[in-house]
Design a protein around this ligand. Structure first.
Ligand SMILES: CC(C)(COP(=O)(O)OP(=O)(O)OC[C@H]1O[C@@H](n2cnc3c(N)ncnc32)[C@H](O)[C@@H]1OP(=O)(O)O)[C@@H](O)C(=O)NCCC(=O)NCCS
Length: 168
């Protein structure tokens, strides 16, 4: 049995995330240096999902805080959010190839939205490659709506600008 925990990404895991990022995003990946600079910015949060097998959790399947502060478990995905005033942004989100299609992306996006709500944001923005069917499907299922496009923002493809109102 495995369980998944989402927690703030500690600095000592940045290199692991940057390695996965390079494999997933190729030429548009964030460098390790860029991860460091974003982590140092006020108004940002990095959350990581990790999956742990039964031996790494309590008998009832619940991970304890102390177990996961040591980054127990395999990295399954991460999300980086920023917020200023009433506006928040999904700066990046990804799940590892092994973890895809198991609900981790949805859980991370929900965690990012919760973070934005908790800090008083009223709207969440993001940008996505028009060819990215998986991400577009996930954003649409949360209620994100397209409000603009940046032609040729990606090599040979437009960037779709989406937003979700989360204020009451
Ligand atoms: C987009 C991404 C984060 C989704 O993560 P995931 O863990 O596979 O997603 P989940 O299993 O939580 O699925 C969430 C929803 O995404 C959508 N989705 C996921 N895979 C999909 C696919 N291959 N085609 C269409 N929709 C898909 C579905 O709406 C799904 O909801 P459902 O299972 O209730 O139908 C993942 O595909 C990824 O990391 N891609 C590479 C990086 C990337 O493109 N990041 C986004 C940049 S804007």
């Amino acid at each position: 049995m495995t369980s998944t925990t989402i927690a703030e990404l500690p600095w000592w895991d940045l290199a692991e995330v940057a390695d996965h990022d390079a494999a997933i995003f190729g030429p548009t990946a964030w460098t390790l240096g860029y991860y460091w600079s974003v982590k140092a910015q006020n108004g940002t949060v990095m959350l990581a999902a990790r999956t742990a097998s039964a031996g790494e959790t309590d008998v009832d399947g619940t991970a304890t805080d102390s177990e996961f502060t040591a980054s127990t478990g395999e990295l399954a995905g991460w999300i980086v959010m920023s917020g200023a005033g009433a506006e928040a942004d999904v700066m990046t989100i990804a799940t590892t190839e092994a973890a895809r299609g198991t609900g981790i992306g949805r859980a991370l996006l929900q965690a990012g939205i919760n973070w934005a709500k908790d800090r008083g944001s009223e709207i969440v923005h993001l940008e996505v490659d028009e060819r990215n069917a998986a991400a577009l499907g996930m954003y649409a299922s949360f209620g994100f709506e397209e409000w603009g496009r940046r032609p040729d923002y990606y090599p040979g493809a437009a960037g779709i600008l989406m937003r979700l109102r989360i204020g009451d």
